[in-house]
Design a protein around this ligand. Sequence first.
Ligand SMILES: *Cc1c(COP(=O)(O)O)cnc(C)c1O
Length: 222
Amino acid sequence: MRAKRDPNTIRLIAVSKIVPADLIREAVAAGHSLFGENYIQEARSKIESIGRNNISWHFIGHLQTNKAKYAVRLFDMIHSVDSINLAREIDKRAKKENRVIPLLIQVNIAEEATKYGAGTDEVISLARKIAPFENLSVRGLMTMPPYFNEPEKVRPYFRELKNLQVRIQGEGIPNIRMEELSMGMTGDFETAIEEGATMVRIGTAIFGARRCSFSEKEFGHG
Ligand SMILES: *Cc1c(COP(=O)(O)O)cnc(C)c1O
C-alpha cells in the first residue's frame, strides 16, 4: 500500500445521504457496518427502518442545536461539533439519555465562507471549553477542505489538520483524546490516508453520483 499504513487503523465510512434504505441494506448484507448521514430527519427514518444491530451510524452533516437531541439518540459519533453552544446542547441531551457521546471537532481548515467548522486558531480553545463536559468525549478532528479536481492540491489542508492534531495532543488537555482524523472523500481519500486520516468518508465511489451540488451550507443542514 502506497501510504505504508496498517489498513486496520483506517475506517471507511459509507456516506449514505440521499441513498435509499434498500441500497444501504444491500451494503449491510455485503458486510459493511459503518455509515455516515448528513440530515437528521432523513437519517431518523432510515435508521429506524434499518436498525442498529451491528451497524454504526455517524453524523457528519451540520448539526443545528435544536436537533441535538435527535443526534444523541440516533448516532454513535458526531463529526461536526464546531461551537461551544452546540457542544453544551449535546452534553445536556446526552446526560438525559445517560450516554457519553464520542465526537470530533469540525475544523474549517481553509476558513471558507461556505463551510462550517471552527477556525484553526479557535480549535484549541474550543477543545479546552468542551473538555469539562462529562457526557462528551472528544476523539479528534474532522474537516472538509476546499474542493479541487486534483487531490495533490488538497494535501496541504490534510497536512494542516494533522499538524493541528499533534499540537492539541501536545497541550495535554484532560478528557481530550486526539486519535481520530476524519478527512478524505471520494476524490481525495488516498491523499488523506497518506496524510494520516483514520476515517475516510466516501459516498459517490460506493453508492454512485448523487443529484445535488456540493456546497455544505446549501445542503449540509441537519
Ligand atoms: C457527502 C459527504 C461526503 C462524501 O462525499 P463523496 O464525494 O460523495 O465521497 C463526505 N463528507 C461529508 C461531510 C459529506 O457531506
